[in-house]
Design a protein around this ligand. Structure first.
Ligand SMILES: Nc1ncnc2c1ncn2[C@@H]1O[C@H](COP(=O)(O)OP(=O)(O)OP(=O)(O)O)[C@@H](O)[C@H]1O
Ligand SMILES: [Mg+2]
Length: 279
């Protein structure tokens, strides 16, 4: 199987219809491959993210979705290929470097310190200080304003994060990440996993709000195609480490996406049965 999404301006298959000129793109991933020893996690992946766009990255367990985000966010290097941010090639050797360049990643629960209050978490590692004191009053006020502004409603910013739900924590992690004026690209790895209906809706609202403001571009990994189509402008499907499908949400459906993934499963099953018969 080949991925037809040649970003170099080559032929574009009908399955890869969402195409634009490079100048629209805040982020481009070109010919990225990743091997972990004998395991090949990504094969010649090309991906583009337009300014202000929300891109859904879908695919089965083990398809390579997290691997791709971990490369973009500087957590690990690719085996080959390159990344362009606003048209310039970038090489990140840490998540901090990528963050400084405007690419931030949010993993559920990992990003916050449970023992600290909401407002301390909001300002983690960039606390305003009037020596020798942290400016608690300022942090409280700004946190409250910012969370309200983003539609994240918490009982209080003075409570410990440990006392909040997973969805509320996730919302704070996302809010903190976009609070940084510097952020251009936000990467969300399964922000809706293990969320209740209300919490999931809160995260989706947050993403929608960001989209309306249009100052940050987002890649979101999710397994619920209905939610993906609801909030994303475009969808890319990763199958066995390759992007096999790239379409605008308006041009596809839950049925089509499901059919694609089920077809992959059936094909693998048939291949296994053939192998067993010939063994
Ligand atoms: N650190 C690692 N060392 C070795 N193999 C890895 C490592 N990380 C990922 N892999 C392998 O790379 C492949 C892709 O994994 P990845 O975590 O990117 O999948 P995913 O699409 O995010 O799946 P899921 O939906 O289950 O989260 C898998 O075969 C996985 O076993
Ligand atoms: Mg994953």
């Amino acid at each position: 199987m080949t991925s037809d999404n040649d970003l170099g301006g080559g032929t574009v298959s009908s399955e890869v219809g969402a195409f634009s000129t490079p100048t629209d793109d805040i982020l481009r991933v070109e010919h990225i491959s990743k091997r972990y020893g004998a395991v090949t996690a990504l094969v010649d992946v090309n991906l583009r993210l337009a300014r202000g766009e929300v891109l859904g990255l879908i695919g089965d367990n083990g398809a390579g979705k997290s691997t791709l985000l971990k490369i973009i966010c500087g957590f690990q290097p690719p085996t080959s290929g390159r990344i362009l941010l606003e048209g310039r090639e970038v090489h990140f050797s840490s998540v901090q470097q990528a963050r400084a360049a405007g690419i931030d990643v949010v993993y559920q629960d990992l990003a916050l310190v449970p023992q600290l209050t909401v407002y301390h978490n909001m300002f983690l590692n960039r606390e305003p200080v009037r020596w020798p004191l942290l400016r608690n009053r300022v942090m409280r006020k700004l946190s409250r304003e910012h969370l309200d502004d983003m539609g994240v409603h918490l009982p209080s910013v003075n409570v410990e994060v440990a006392s909040l739900s997973g969805g509320q924590r996730q919302a704070i992690a996302v809010a903190r990440s976009v609070y940084s004026e510097n952020n251009k690209v936000l990467l969300l790895d399964e922000p809706l996993a293990a969320m209740g209906v209300k919490e999931g809706a809160m995260i989706l609202d947050l993403v929608r709000g960001l989209k309306e403001r249009g100052n940050v571009s987002i890649i979101i990994i999710a397994h619920n195609y209905g939610q993906v189509l609801e909030v994303c402008d475009r969808v890319n499907l990763l199958q066995g480490g390759r992007i096999t499908y790239d379409k605008y949400s308006s041009e596809t459906s839950v049925e089509e996406l499901t059919e694609r993934v089920v077809a992959e499963y059936r094909k693998a099953l048939e291949e296994r049965q053939r192998e067993q018969r010939s063994a």
